[in-house]
Structure formats: C-alpha cells, structure tokens
Design a binder for this molecule. Structure first.
Ligand code: IPE
Ligand code: MG
Length: 229
C-alpha cells in the first residue's frame, strides 16, 4: 500500500493525513475483496524498514493502527473475516499487540476469509527467523537437514498456514517488491498501478483482477505443455 505520503504532498497536507485516507482505502478494499470472491488478502502495512521514518510519523501510524483495529473488529466479526498477523509481533507497541491479540482471538474460527496484516514485516527478517528455528530443531534432532527441502522449510515461515499469493498489487507506480513476501511471491503475478493508495477503490481492484485473469501461469513449463493438459 504505497503512495500515502505523495497523496498528502500533492494536496499540501501532512503525511499522516495521507495515512488516514489510506486507512479508508483499506476498509474499501476489504469490502471489494470479499465482494469479488477473493478469500485471502495480505496487506503490507508496516515494514521492518519503516521504523527508520521520523518518530512522529511512526507514532502516528501506530496510533492509527490501534484505532483501526478497535473500530474494525466488529466489522471483521460481522463479515466473518479471520485476522492473521505476519511479522515480528513482539516488537510492536504493547497497546497495538493487545488489540491484535484480541482481534486474532475473536476471529480465529472463521475459515473462509482471511485478512493477513504484515506488520513489522520484512522478508529477509522472516527468512533469518526461519533459519534460526530450523537450526534449533536440527540441533535438537527434530529434523534431518539432509532431507530438508522447500516443503520442509515452508512451515518455518510466518506464513506457514497461508497459501502463496497469486497476485501482488503495488500502488503508486513503484516497480519493486520492497522486501515483501520474497519467497512466497516467487511465482506471483505482479500488478503495478500508478494509483496512489488513498485513491485505490473497487474499480482499481477489479482492473487488477481482470489483468490477472489474462495471465498465463507456466511455472517453468512451456505454453505448449500447458495446452496439452
Ligand atoms: C504508505 O505510503 C505506506 C506506509 C508505510 C504506511 P508511504 O508513506 O510510503 O507513501 P509515499 O511513498 O511517501 O508516497
Ligand atoms: Mg512509500
């Protein structure tokens, strides 16, 4: 979800106003996701690198997140959406953790729709955390390193219970992944739109889905092989 700052700058508003409008776009998008039959969405809300922003902006983002979780929990429950957090949870402010735990607990039994929030998330951090856990398990004799393959590695990622993304949408025209789900998105279709995140709405979401539907996913095979199946 990129472009909040630019959206605000273009209007001579403080950056946080862009983030506030970004939160509104999140609400719209959640509805669009459900209305268009998409079951799982992961929102990259705060990266491990975002701590390097001015303290004032980080504090405001955390406040906004806290408020968002408080007023969206009834909506998640009403729409039967499970909340999942991926990222280093324990390093988030206590009050945010508290809200997250409450929301996760209250929605844990919903099985059809999932909202995953990437918070204090970084793909490199995730891989390092996974490698550490694997090393521990190997030391304890719980896994056989010689037999380890990607299927054995997967459960150590933050996303152990989530499928890989089919489509990654990046707003504000930037053509990069910025440390987002690097392993899981290995075969994801990328969709880049110039739309700034606060302006993103169902029309843009539908355009992304239509574009996705036109892609041929070959997973290393040839087009001829796919036609034969
Ligand atoms: C929002 O957009 C993403 C967050 C980290 C919350 P930005 O704040 O990165 O917006 P730009 O890139 O300055 O436009
Ligand atoms: Mg940005």
């Amino acid at each position: 979800m990129d472009g909040n700052g630019r959206w605000a700058n273009e209007r001579g508003l403080p950056r946080i106003e862009g983030h506030r409008r970004g939160a509104e776009a999140v609400k719209r998008t959640l509805k669009a996701v459900q209305d268009n039959g998409v079951k799982i969405i992961t929102l990259y809300a705060f990266s491990v690198e975002n701590w390097n922003r001015p303290k004032k902006e980080v504090d405001a983002l955390m406040k906004l997140l806290e408020r968002f979780l408080a007023d969206q929990l009834p909506v998640l429950i009403k729409r039967k959406i499970r909340l999942r957090v991926i990222g280093r949870y324990q390093e988030l402010p206590e009050r945010v953790q508290d809200r997250l735990r409450k929301a996760e607990a209250a929605t844990k039994d919903f099985t059809t729709h999932t909202l995953a929030l990437a918070l204090n998330y970084g793909a490199r951090t995730e891989v390092v955390d996974a490698v550490k856990a694997i090393a521990k398990a190997a030391q304890a004799g719980d896994i056989d390193l010689n037999a380890l393959d990607y299927d054995g590695f997967r459960p150590y990622l933050y996303t152990s219970d989530l499928p890989d993304p089919d489509l990654v949408i990046r707003t504000s025209g930037e053509s990069r992944l910025s440390n987002f789900l690097l392993l899981q998105a290995a075969y994801a279709e990328l969709y880049i739109t110039p739309v700034l995140w606060p302006d993103f709405d169902e029309t843009h979401f539908k355009a992304a889905l239509a574009d996705y539907a036109s892609r041929e996913r070959r997973y290393g095979k040839t087009a001829e092989q796919l036609q034969a199946t």
